[in-house]
Structure formats: structure tokens, C-alpha cells
Design a protein around this ligand. Structure first.
Ligand code: ADP
Length: 253
């Protein structure tokens, strides 16, 4: 991961894209963007653009994959061929299978799966543009889409990475930082309870550095949680407004 020749932080502590060590890239989230999905979300995070769609709970097929005592959350992460500067070979690969698995496992931690025996809850995430941190973006968007689908769940998951570049601990690594940095730690958590639902690490950290990384990423998850909640509130206040307008129209007839 590390490369001595690439300078990622200048002498004033400013990173290549102008951020300080503890700054996130800009994030925007919109819930309810797809009409045919039961729940959906569109998220932009720096140069990442991610769409999440949720279908279900619905009867699981093939039937032999059903769990008689609970629902199965099936997440599928896919990076579009045009999502990166060099065309990505379409279709699943080891990386997308891995990310789909860790997302499914994380989301099963928050959904009340025991309420839906034999069902599947399908979560599709399409990465339209990728620039490091897409698994965190995908998990963050998927949580909003699940909530938008009205699926009973304990809370939402927020996700963000922190790591080490040029010997310093930083939040939310960008593409070059991911390529040339020393470590990257994606974290997914339920900010209201502190429960950790995803934790991976690429690179090496000392125990002290690891603690700093976790503190930074957990703090960021709390901010992202607020953005997710705001997106859901906007979605439902708009729905409520439309409903009230429809009711007014009916009264006028
Ligand atoms: P994450 O996107 O969660 O950081 P990785 O660390 O595996 O996951 O990937 C870092 C970045 O590398 C991705 O966000 C994407 O920009 C790029 N990338 C990943 N896979 C490919 C690929 N097959 N072709 C080109 N770029 C890729």
C-alpha cells in the first residue's frame, strides 16, 4: 500500500483534495428515488455515486435456501463497468462477492429477521462512480433504503473509513490516499448503540494508531447517521405534504 514517493499531506497538514485529517468528503443522500423498489436511496460521497434498492420481504427463491425461522438478507454489491476510469470487467468478482457478504452480514444485525420466516430481503447496490470508500457508501445507502422500505429494524447502520497516510491518522481516505497510504479501516456501526457491524483492515497499524482510527471513524459515523436521518425525514415530510395536497384536492371536488 505505502509508497514513499507520493506526498499525500503537505507541511500545513492539508491533504491532496484540500481536507484536514478529520474531514469527510461531502456527502449527500436522497431517499425514495426509485418508484418500483420497496425502498431506495441515492448517495453521493465525494466522487462516489451509489444507488441502493430494496425489495421485500418476499418469498425466498430458490426454496431450499429459505430459513424456516427467519428472513435472509441478500445484499448484492455491483460496480458498473463505467464506474472507474479504466473500464471494469462487468459481472461479479472476488471483491464484489466479499463486499456483498459483509454487507449482508452487517444488515442482518439490524433487521428484525425473525419476523419474516422463509422470506428474503433483497438489497441491490449499484456503484455508478467509484473513488475509494464504496463499501462504506454502499452500506450507508443500503441502510437508508431499508428504512425507506419500512422494514422493521432496530436502527440504521452508518459507515465510514479512517486510516493512515504519510504516517498520520486521517478520516475517509480518497482514491490516491487509498492507493498510496499505509492503512485503511472501513467501519460500520449503529451510532445509537455503538454496536459495530463491519470492521475490516487493509495495511498495518500500532494499537495506539488503531484506537485513534476507531475514534475518528466512530465520530464520523455519528455525523453520517444525522445525514441519513435527515434524508429519511425529508422523504417522509414530502410524502406527507403530497398526501395532504391530494386530500385537499379530493375535498374540493
Ligand atoms: P472501497 O471502494 O470500499 O474502498 P477497495 O479498497 O477494494 O474498496 O477499492 C478502492 C477503490 O479502488 C474503489 O473505490 C475503486 O475506486 C477502485 N477499484 C476497485 N476495484 C476496481 C476495479 N476492478 N477496477 C478499477 N478500479 C477499481
Amino acid at each position: 500500500m505505502a509508497d514513499e514517493d507520493v506526498k499525500l499531506i503537505d507541511e500545513k497538514g492539508i491533504r491532496l483534495d484540500g481536507r484536514r485529517f478529520d474531514e469527510l468528503r461531502p456527502i449527500s443522500i436522497e431517499a425514495g428515488v426509485l418508484k418500483r423498489a420497496d425502498g431506495s436511496a441515492y448517495l453521493e460521497w465525494g466522487e462516489n455515486k451509489v444507488l441502493a434498492a430494496v425489495y421485500g420481504p418476499r418469498e425466498m427463491h430458490p426454496r431450499h435456501a429459505q430459513n424456516p425461522s427467519r428472513a435472509v438478507v441478500q445484499a448484492r454489491y455491483n460496480m458498473a463497468a463505467f464506474s472507474v476510469p479504466d473500464r471494469k470487467r462487468p459481472g461479479p468478482d472476488r471483491r464484489s462477492v466479499e463486499i456483498s457478504k459483509i454487507m449482508s452480514e452487517a444488515l442482518e444485525e439490524i433487521v428484525f429477521v425473525e419476523q419474516f420466516p422463509r422470506a428474503s430481503i433483497d438489497v441491490f447496490v449499484e456503484v455508478l462512480e467509484a473513488s475509494a470508500g464504496t463499501r462504506c457508501a454502499a452500506l450507508t445507502a443500503a441502510s437508508v433504503a431499508l428504512a425507506d422500505a419500512g422494514i422493521p429494524m432496530s436502527d440504521i447502520i452508518s459507515s465510514c473509513a479512517a486510516g493512515k497516510i504519510d504516517g498520520q491518522i486521517v478520516l475517509d481516505l480518497g482514491k490516491k490516499e487509498d492507493n498510496y497510504g499505509e492503512a485503511d479501516v472501513p467501519l460500520g456501526m449503529v451510532p445509537s448503540s455503538g454496536k459495530i457491524t463491519l470492521l475490516q483492515m487493509d495495511g498495518n497499524l500500532t494499537l495506539e494508531e488503531y484506537k485513534q482510527v476507531m475514534e475518528l471513524a466512530m465520530g464520523a459515523c455519528k455525523k453520517i447517521y444525522q445525514l441519513q436521518r435527515d434524508a429519511l425525514k425529508r422523504r417522509y415530510s414530502t410524502s406527507l405534504k403530497n398526501f395532504e395536497e391530494m386530500a385537499d384536492d379530493t375535498e374540493e371536488v
